[in-house]
Design a protein around this ligand. Structure first.
Ligand code: SAH
Ligand code: SF4
Length: 380
């Protein structure tokens, strides 16, 4: 697929068969508007918001501080929808991967990675990806559609359900951090991702702070500034190569937004400073991008950008055209960066036994755009 084909994946989901509307994914203002149509005052929206996003309620009957008749009217018109778990896999290292089905039958993967001091949820932004990075399994998936905000927030709510996290204070939660590093390119679905993250960051609800959220992009340069200005989340950039020649080949979006433009956008990312650095992701591919000369060029390129470099050992998938660099090559590469003053964590692969590691996600969804287009024609 071409890199511009994302423009064709915006068709809205058809309405639910029972005519009821999902409240998940609405902004606070939209929720207040819905309640106004029922003749209810704005403070009801606040109560409802808390039930949905602080308590994790799924039934209106649980909402004991709302009158019986209001609960019945809500029940008639609305749902608080969850995604349907079609498979859950657990790695020996504690990583969980959930395959989640959405209303149109499409599926996405969400991964929870527990660590000693945190639990990180790797959230998907699209079914598949329109980009075709050579080393990434998601890029081989044929179907692509943008996720709705409700489906992005729904992944976080599913994790809270599974981890027993509802109603807990920040210090007691198992899920503490979010990385937009699952399937898809989040900045090709910016509006929905932004809406979802605003809901996730709302302090009176899911309450995950922007400091604990990282969005990873393959380099959609024109959207980066807005992301920083409007959301203020941490940025990770999938660099992976130090020459345009190689990056054109392995991260094809580089043909549109080459390394220089990408790094300029990083330099100008709102809020970036030494305390809030940009993470550059660099997948270690044997014999492709892992020489000491590559490391030195990387240091030169990143000069003046408050950055850290995350070295990601390549995770194999069936039919992948690459191998992972040797541990010695990774160590040597990391040592050169460290000597130049970079923080250079090597990302420990997690959940490899269940194909949950970086770049291994792929659901079996097949292209349905035509069906969706037909559905919206029929509705028109
Ligand atoms: N689409 C976004 C976010 C998802 S991928 C992006 O590309 O940034 C999260 C990270 O995993 C990216 O840096 C991606 O390049 C990397 N990745 C993809 N496939 C990989 C693989 N097979 N092994 C290791 N890392 C991989
Ligand atoms: Fe898409 Fe990111 Fe995979 Fe590239 S690495 S194909 S942008 S998900």
């Amino acid at each position: 697929m071409g890199i511009d084909s994302h423009a064709s994946i915006f068709a809205p989901l058809p309405p639910r068969a029972d005519g009821r509307k999902n409240l998940v994914g609405l902004t606070r203002a939209e929720l207040a508007d819905e309640l106004a149509t029922l003749g209810e005052p704005a403070f009801r929206a606040k109560q409802l918001w808390r039930w949905i996003y602080t308590a994790g309620a799924v039934e209106f009957s649980q909402m004991t501080d709302l009158g019986k008749s209001l609960r019945a009217r809500l029940e008639d018109a609305y749902v608080i929808e969850r995604l349907t778990e079609t498979r859950a896999q657990h790695s020996f290292d504690g990583t969980a991967k959930w395959l989640l089905k959405m209303a149109d039958g499409q599926e996405i993967e969400t991964v929870h990675i527990p660590e000693e001091d945190r639990g990180t949820l790797c959230v998907s932004s699209q079914v598949g990806c329109t980009l075709t990075c050579r080393f990434c399994h998601t890029g081989t998936q044929r179907l692509v559609r943008n996720l709705e905000a409700a489906e992005i927030v729904g992944q976080v709510m599913h994790a809270r359900d599974q981890l027993g996290d509802w109603g807990r204070n920040e210090g007691d939660r198992r899920l503490t951090n979010i990385v937009m590093m699952g399937m898809g390119e989040p900045l090709y679905n910016y509006e929905n991702v932004a809406r979802a993250l605003r809901i996730v960051m709302d302090g009176d609800g899911l309450a995950i702070s922007k400091r604990r959220i990282t969005l990873s992009t393959s380099g959609v340069v024109p959207m980066m500034r807005r992301c920083g200005e409007e959301l203020g989340v941490n940025l990770a950039v999938s660099l992976h190569a130090v020459t345009d020649e190689l990056r054109d080949e392995i991260v094809p979006i580089n043909r549109k937004y080459p390394i220089r433009e990408l790094l300029d956008a990083c330099r100008n990312y709102p809020g970036v400073n030494n305390a809030r650095r940009i993470t550059f992701e660099y997948v270690m591919l044997k014999g492709v991008n892992d020489t000491p000369a590559d490391a030195r060029e990387l240091i030169r390129l990143l000069d003046g950008i408050p950055s850290k470099v995350n070295l990601i050992p390549f995770n194999a998938w069936p039919g992948a055209p690459y191998e992972c660099s040797t541990p010695e090559a990774i160590r040597r590469f990391g040592d050169i960066l460290s000597a130049a003053g970079f923080s250079t964590p090597v990302r420990t692969p997690r959940g490899q036994d269940i194909m949950a590691a970086c770049g291994q996600l792929k659901s079996d969804s097949v292209r349905q755009r035509r069906n969706r287009a037909q559905a919206s024609d029929a509705a028109a």
